[in-house]
Design a protein around this ligand. Sequence first.
Ligand code: GLN
Length: 278
Amino acid sequence: MTREGVADALRTTAVRLGPVSATPRLDAELLLAHALGIDRADLLMRQRDLIVPPGFAALVERRLAGEPIAYITGSRDFWTISLHVTPDVLIPRPDTETLIEAAVDHFARREPARILDLGTGSGALLLAALSQWPRAQGLGIDISAAALAVARGNAERLHLNDRADFRIGDWAEGMAGRFDLILINPPYIDQDVELTGDVLHEPKGALFAGVKGLDDYRRIAPLLPPLLSPDGMAAIEIGYDQRESVSALLLDQGLAVAVRQDLAGHDRCLIATARRRD
Ligand code: GLN
């Protein structure tokens, strides 16, 4: 029997994954790197010296059955960090980096000292921000104890746990204090949307938010003004068609609102700031 080389395994696996994935070649590389216990760059550089380990086939079967890559490998890169993820948390998406980009622009000349992440999930937004601003302190809130366990583990692995606190909570109910930067990626999918693909495996509570996906924005908007420091900003993720509806909720609270697009050109982030009275 001839041993299947890494290059051949990647090629045949990418073909098999074609029907279930938009990124079959990348998936094949990530699964094989995971099976080998190395990162993808190493796999691609050293492929002639490597052999396909026995565990690879089972990982490919899981992907063929529809499981998202990040849940199979247990990790996903976001901004400049790598996060551990489980089915208790949403898989961090590149679109969500738009919120960090907005914050980086806003804080070009001074750094945020206190950062709040509402619905922190894996901790992606909070930990990305803390790695961006090495003197900032952060608080992550989530209603899911299981998600908070994932977030705390990530903070430890990234050596950010001395600057990151995590607490269970229902958005910002009962919270006091002011924050320079508030990051929020709430659930915002309309309750009647039928999901397909990877999202089917993600926690429903992190995705769906009632009629038109606005339920959580309605609850969050009135909580923001007392939590925002005078020069602070809130970066709030929205669905591509929610700019007007969510802006209206924020304007009703006396906040000023701007919008930022993601790399695909979709409205993705609302930037809310205290309106100056001068
Ligand atoms: N952008 C995500 C999606 O369409 C939704 C994430 C969310 O609801 N916060 O799958």
